[in-house]
Design a protein around this ligand. Structure first.
Ligand SMILES: Cc1cc2nc3c(=O)[nH]c(=O)nc-3n(C[C@H](O)[C@H](O)[C@H](O)COP(=O)(O)OP(=O)(O)OC[C@H]3O[C@@H](n4cnc5c(N)ncnc54)[C@H](O)[C@@H]3O)c2cc1C
Ligand code: FES
Length: 280
């Protein structure tokens, strides 16, 4: 019987610097049979670990359409993530998962899709964005609104340009503190509402970022006509097991590791207010 707690070794194939504190790791499982069976959906996460150091939940940022490897974008904030940033290509990490639920994709065929991210919130959305672009003809108009504190903190800078060139797709960027070369918007992500038509009664929104951003984005989406059940957010929680056993990640009666991390706004409204973005 499979032991859910045993992680599998994977080798780092390459590392991309995203900003001064964020890197994207491309990893491959050492066991090829396992690589083929690591079947994930956009929005899911894995538990990454380094022996003797620790373990943390990290979203899978690659698209499931990319066979043979998985990618994680990691901001160095604590024990595990700082140790990850010291690693080099060829080094070994440990991975278990995939865990959690996922963003709706088949269910939203034909609809206009709106992705709204702040800072390190883009990596989980990148998985679903690239899945959508891999099946471009199945979806309507695509808008990606992305904000960071400063230009250097924007992740996936090249990919943002590629997405913007895709027909009927629009990428709008904003930063709180511009540098000399910055030509895009300045302000929090909701100020992008003045730069594009966000009115939609049938569109689907995917939101990821700091709780304060999630709260204000939901207010704007609601004003723009989005239905509660068409707004999806990802929540973060301190986790241990990742599989609904330890109780570390609960919000009310829900476990973020198995009932989430993706919740619709309708579901969010049912959770205890003080523990979600709604209380800020
Ligand atoms: C579903 C999910 C997906 C995620 N995806 C990503 C991702 O794609 N990329 C990414 O960079 N991060 C992601 N995170 C966040 C990441 O898991 C955390 O930042 C994790 O704590 C990092 O582990 P660490 O050992 O490096 O940091 P830690 O050593 O755990 O410290 C991180 C920070 O949290 C504080 N802290 C630690 N434990 C507690 C506690 N019990 N209560 C309050 N504060 C505490 C520390 O003081 C420090 O400031 C995700 C989290 C979840 C739940
Ligand atoms: S992390 Fe253990 S129950 Fe969710």
């Amino acid at each position: 019987m499979k032991n859910e707690y045993i992680p599998y070794p994977a080798l780092i194939e390459s590392i991309q610097n995203e900003s001064f504190d964020t890197k994207t790791f491309k990893v491959v499982f050492e066991n090829k049979r396992l690589a083929a069976s690591f079947d994930y959906k956009p929005g899911q996460f894995a538990q990454l670990s380094l022996l003797g150091i620790g373990e943390a939940p990290i979203s899978i940022t690659s698209s499931p359409c990319n066979q043979g490897y998985i990618e994680f974008t990691i901001r160095a904030v604590g024990k595990l993530t700082r140790a990850m940033h010291q690693l080099k290509p060829g080094d070994r990490i440990y991975v278990r998962g995939p865990y959690g639920n996922s963003f709706p994709l088949d269910e939203v065929r034909g609809k206009d899709l709106y992705f709204i991210a702040g800072g390190i919130g883009l990596p989980p959305l990148r998985s679903v964005i690239n899945s959508v672009f891999d099946r471009r003809q199945e979806f309507g108009r695509i808008k990606i609104l992305y904000g960071a504190k400063t230009p250097v903190e924007l992740c996936f800078k090249q990919e943002l340009k590629t997405w913007h060139r895709i027909p009927d797709a629009e990428v709008l960027l904003t930063v709180d503190m511009p540098d000399e070369g910055w030509k895009e918007n300045v302000g929090v992500v909701t100020t992008l509402w003045n730069k594009t038509d966000m009115a939609s009664s049938d569109g689907v929104a995917y939101v990821c970022g700091p709780l304060i951003m999630i709260r204000f984005v939901i207010i704007e989406l609601t004003k723009s006509g989005f239905k509660d059940e068409n707004i999806y957010v990802t929540l973060e929680r301190y986790m241990k097991c990742g599989i609904g056993k330890c109780g570390h990640c609960n919000i009310g009666a829900k476990f973020v590791c198995i009932d989430g991390p993706v919740f619709s706004y309708s579901q969010l409204k049912e959770l205890p207010e003080k523990e979600t973005a709604m209380a800020i």
